[in-house]
Design a protein around this ligand. Structure first.
Ligand code: NAP
Length: 284
């Protein structure tokens, strides 16, 4: 790799984790233990693995993380019952339902049952509505991680940039597009039916790849000197590969986030910080 500045997520994540740990310590002194409840659909091994990773990071910053697997037999109904319990439990400050859920769970129905005050990954329609209006309570953690990285010193101001997002999922692409819009970027949101994708990408000062296809973005799709954020995490032969062909893209881009060690680590840190913020709000 040569050329592009590699924008590592680790130092940003460490900064957020230090802040989170300090704030969690203050809460713990007041006998409040910040707690995140994660619900995983039965059979979602990846979701369980991610939950476990969050628990490990949580233990380092003073956030307790519990993981409950919800039976697929009565998927949606069981999940709603579990969420209702967590919503009423004053010891639970944050709730996330691991997405995508396995078959048998209706994610849209389920998300309605996450109360906004505990919706630390902004999955509920209320949180999403606030985000769309430009006044988020909590922002979805991955999208917030993308924006946090784009605001690092030395990067261009977001206002006025041409920004292109590839991928329009409710979890990543759409929230990123809303947050970039709120930051005064001019945003084009692309998807599998987009015509002239390469040409659109070549107009981008900032390109965010959230496609779910390994090495999808190549050097031929870039404007020289652009900022490229790789959200992709594709597990190939036991290795995590991004949506960006890093070797070729680094020759043309001005800035590139790596995978692993980029958006992912920042996302985890933001999620835990949101839990602490939710616990703080509960004390006011
Ligand atoms: P998703 O739900 O599968 O959405 C993929 C999006 O890419 C869709 O909007 C799809 O278009 C679009 N797409 C697919 N093929 C395309 C093509 N040939 N040209 C243009 N657009 C195309 O995936 P996701 O949940 O958004 O996740 C995206 C990636 O981010 C995955 O690799 C995932 O693992 C990763 N991820 C990372 C984090 C993190 O914190 N680092 C968190 C969540 C997800 P249509 O809508 O038309 O189908």
């Amino acid at each position: 790799m040569a050329g592009a500045r590699i924008l590592e997520g680790r130092p940003i994540a460490d900064r957020i984790r230090n802040d989170t740990a300090n704030r969690a310590a203050v809460l713990r002194e007041a006998a409040i233990v910040p707690h995140l409840s994660i619900f995983v659909g039965e059979g979602d091994a990846e979701g369980a693995y991610y939950g476990d990773a969050l628990r490990k990071v949580g233990s380092r910053v003073g956030v307790e993380v519990s993981i409950d697997t919800v039976s697929a037999a009565e998927g949606t109904r069981s999940m709603i019952a579990a969420l209702t319990g967590a919503a009423a439990n004053h010891k639970v400050h944050g709730i996330i339902v691991q997405r995508p859920l396995p078959r048998g769970f209706d994610i849209y129905e389920i998300n309605r049952h996450i109360p906004a005050a505990k919706d630390v990954d902004a999955a509920s329609p209320i949180s999403f509505g606030w985000l769309a209006q430009g006044v988020p309570h909590f922002a979805p953690a991955t999208a917030a991680a993308v924006i946090q990285m784009l605001r690092e010193p030395g990067l261009p101001q977001l206002a006025g940039t041409r920004s292109v997002v590839i991928g329009r999922s409710a979890v990543v692409g759409r929230p990123v597009a809303y947050m970039l819009t709120s930051a005064d970027a001019t945003v084009t949101l692309c998807h599998s039916r987009t015509r002239d994708l390469e040409m659109i990408c070549r107009s981008a000062d900032i390109l965010v790849a959230a496609v779910g296809k390994p090495r999808f973005v190549n050097a031929g799709m870039l404007k020289r000197g652009s900022v490229v954020v790789d959200v992709g995490t594709n597990l190939i032969d036991g290795k995590v590969i991004g949506d960006v062909d890093a070797d070729s893209v680094a020759q043309i881009a001005g800035v590139l986030t790596p995978v692993p060690g980029g958006v992912g680590v920042v996302t985890t840190s933001i999620l835990l910080r949101n839990v602490v913020a939710a616990a703080e709000h509960g004390t006011i």
